[in-house]
Design a protein around this ligand. Structure first.
Ligand code: NDP
Ligand code: 8X3
Length: 252
């Protein structure tokens, strides 16, 4: 079988990194993206024993940087089969009246506009070949809103809408589009949300069994390995200890 190429945004940490590790072992050719170049270099060193790796360092907020990075791909990495739109974070957890404009801009620019900028560069080749698979990483925050989650939830609701819109518009081009919406996953997510406050971040995952990044990588590996006529369109996954954004069983 021909080796498939997956393009993963946000591969330097958490879900994206676990996904890179999993897909490398499954012999996908990988394009790994993120801003932190040292982490990309380390990942390339670690995963090159399994497969071909090419790293791209860019900020998804910068449309020109996104376009230049993708245009710079060497010929053997230019044909992309799978796009995993994973880069994103929450910034802050504040009531709407005290939220910071900087945090709002970051979440909307990265989680929403960044996803669009990357997709715009890759969709044309999917249309041309009448084949391709886009996986958008949403969240349970794409399906419900929780206290102080306001703008992060809005950004993920937008991902949900974009996922549906992409599927509708790309349907006639034989392109698979689907979203995976995880509940709480123990990654660097909360460290970023709380601006490096590790004590506060670690408390988020205490007292229950959160999902691990590898659980989501496992699901992505399953989703992309279905026969081509099967498109997993929308998948919500939570820890057994989580029932909703606010109901978590800490007695388990
Ligand atoms: P991490 O903080 O561990 O990873 C976030 C990744 O996104 C990093 O690789 C980071 O790379 C990248 N990223 C962030 N900002 C930018 C940017 N401006 N440009 C390029 N890359 C960027 O978090 P997770 O792995 O948990 O998050 C991955 C996705 O999963 C996000 O979309 C998140 O919203 C979603 N999610 C997370 C959940 C959780 O509970 N953890 C639950 C549901 C969804 P770098 O800093 O090197 O640029
Ligand atoms: C990340 C999970 O519950 O912090 O999307 O919004 S949550």
């Amino acid at each position: 079988m021909e080796k498939k190429t997956a393009f993963i945004t946000g591969a330097t940490s958490g879900i994206g990194k676990a996904c890179a590790e999993r897909l490398a072992r499954e012999n996908y050719r990988l394009i790994l993206c993120g801003r932190r170049e040292e982490r990309l270099a380390e990942l390339e060193k670690q995963l090159s024993v399994y497969t071909d790796i090419h790293c791209l360092s860019f900020d998804v907020r910068n449309a020109e940087a996104v376009s230049n990075a993708i245009a710079s791909l060497p010929s053997e990495f230019q044909k992309i089969d799978i796009l995993i739109n994973n880069a994103g974070n929450a910034h802050g957890l504040d009531p709407i009246q005290t939220g910071s404009i900087e945090d709002w801009d970051a979440m909307l620019d990265i989680n929403v506009k960044g996803l669009l900028y990357v997709s715009k560069q890759i969709i044309p080749q999917f249309i041309e070949r009448k084949e391709g698979h886009i996986i958008n990483i949403g969240s349970t925050a794409a399906k419900e809103v929780y206290p102080n989650g306001n703008v992060y939830c809005a950004s993920k609701h937008a991902v949900d809408a974009i996922n549906q819109g992409m599927r509708i518009d790309l349907n006639k081009h034989n392109i698979r589009v689907g979203a995976i919406h995880p509940g709480m996953v123990e990654t660097e997510f909360s460290e970023v949300r709380f601006k490096g406050d590790q004590e506060r971040a670690s408390k988020v995952y205490q007292g229950f069994r959160p999902l691990q990044a590898e659980d989501i990588a496992d699901i992505i590996a399953f989703v992309i390995s279905r026969p081509y006529h099967v498109n997993i369109a929308d998948l919500v996954v939570m820890s057994v200890d989580q029932a909703s954004s606010t109901i978590v069983n800490k007695q388990a």
